[in-house]
Write a protein that binds this ligand. Structure first.
Ligand code: FMN
Length: 171
């Protein structure tokens, strides 16, 4: 299965990156191909709500930025992992921009999704989880599981093991 991870934290070697690398290691061991896209550091503007994509654009966005390459990869993915640092009880703005830009295509064809979140505090996930569930349902897809990790020090052997196990569990 081809898995694309949308890593939404702008911190290049941050906690979310650490968690998704563990996931990748496990999923690759299970025979999947995994590509991590660091969308937190890409130039991807929010949707303009101009409806160009649904009128003249025939599914293409009027904005020419890094979303084109991301979208090409997403369109052939069997599974999408939404991975984010929690920013004010939500996805990072960078990841939300990517999700909003799905609008040009309606939904992505992937039929499997997962969610990986990193936060300082526990119990800050309910809003994102609810949004995630809507995205999965709207895409007629299946939730393959979620991992939400909190705390100051997240780059631990235990978390690495947890994420490798999570990746390995993906069927
Ligand atoms: C702008 C901003 C907003 C944040 N908001 C929250 C929050 O609402 N709840 C929380 O527990 N942590 C919050 N945090 C902390 C991060 O979620 C946490 O440090 C996370 O592990 C960072 O992951 P990263 O290293 O991948 O960026 C926030 C951090 C930033 C920079």
């Amino acid at each position: 299965m081809k898995i694309v991870v949308l890593q939404g934290s702008p911190r290049k070697s941050g906690n979310t990156q650490f968690l998704v690398e563990g996931f990748k290691e496990g999923a690759e061991k299970a025979g999947h191909s995994v590509e991590i896209l660091n969308v937190g550091n890409m130039k991807i503007a929010p949707c303009l709500s101009c409806e160009y994509c649904h009128t003249k654009g025939n599914g293409e966005c009027v904005q020419k930025d890094d979303m084109k390459d991301v979208e090409t990869k997403l369109m052939s993915a069997d599974m999408i992992v939404l991975a984010s640092a929690v920013h004010y009880f939500n996805f990072t703005g960078q990841l939300q921009n990517v999700i909003s830009r799905f609008y040009a295509k309606g939904t992505m064809p992937a039929k499997k999704y997962s969610l990986i979140l990193s936060s300082y505090s526990p119990d800050v996930y309910s809003g994102i989880v609810e949004t995630y569930k809507h995205i999965v349902a709207y895409s007629n897809a299946t939730d393959m599981g979620m991992k939400c990790i909190n705390g100051v020090e997240q780059k631990t052997d235990d978390n690495k093991k947890l994420m490798i196990e999570f990746g390995s569990s993906i069927k």
